[in-house]
Design a protein around this ligand. Structure first.
Ligand code: ADP
Ligand code: NI
Length: 214
């Protein structure tokens, strides 16, 4: 099977396996991560773009479907698929990325000093900040029926409201970038988060003067 056919087959596999997923992990997230990862990789000149594309396409296939802990069957599904379309050679490399990419699920034992992981992880994290990141966060919060903001929530130990999620995770991502290109894009998107929060509090406190002075 040639590379174009392998990419098409992988797109099809991912779409089939993502049907019915939450919209924060929909096909368009995969498309954005693919584009970002390829861009970062080209700028940094790190790995073969083919494997970047395959890893980006597959990076959420297990996470979304088997989110409740037992990821084993998900990994075998991907592993079998990759063997089937003659990608056994890159199989373990891609699986290592999938297993270690997530903010919450990363395996301590995994190989973290892998340029392939760096670019796909940066791309995935960039899609969680900026305007898209804000949209995804409020979409997720709505899906979970979380409040948008709890004024009494201490920043640093939040986790209930969507604004709290900004402090728990989103505002930390800029410092967690692996590549210089990722960091540059993250700077811009991080500012969007900060501007958004500033305006959010301004509107929230409208008329009370609590934060308006600052
Ligand atoms: P990943 O798998 O990339 O680590 P998650 O599955 O945790 O990311 O999150 C997917 C999307 O949902 C991201 O945009 C993330 O910011 C958002 N999200 C996750 N948890 C929350 C939360 N508690 N409140 C708001 N948004 C969230
Ligand atoms: Ni993702």
């Amino acid at each position: 099977m040639n590379k174009n056919d392998q990419i098409s087959a992988t797109e099809e596999f991912v779409k089939q396996n993502m049907k019915g997923y939450d919209s924060g992990h929909d096909w368009w997230h995969i498309e954005r991560v693919r584009k970002l990862a390829l861009f970062i990789n080209e700028k940094e000149d790190l790995v073969d773009p083919f494997i970047v594309e395959i890893a980006a396409l597959l990076h959420d296939t297990v996470d979304s479907k088997f989110a409740e802990g037992n990821s084993g069957p998900g990994y075998s599904l991907i592993s079998d698929f990759m063997d089937e379309i003659e990608m056994s050679e890159i199989r373990d490399h891609v699986l290592n990325v999938i297993k270690n990419i997530s903010f919450s699920n990363r395996k301590k034992s995994g190989n973290h000093s892998d340029p392939l992981l760096w670019v796909v992880q940066d791309a995935d994290r960039l899609d969680a900040i900026g305007a898209i990141g804000i949209a995804r966060a409020f979409n997720y919060g709505g899906f979970r029926n979380n409040p948008i903001y709890i004024p009494s929530e201490e920043s640093g130990n939040t986790g209930k409201s969507t604004i709290g999620h900004f402090y728990d995770k989103l505002l930390k991502l800029k410092e967690m970038m692996n590549t210089a290109t990722g960091r540059t894009i993250a700077e811009e998107r991080h500012k969007i988060l900060e501007n958004f929060l500033e305006q959010f509090y301004k509107e929230w406190d409208f008329g009370t003067g609590v934060r308006n002075s600052g």
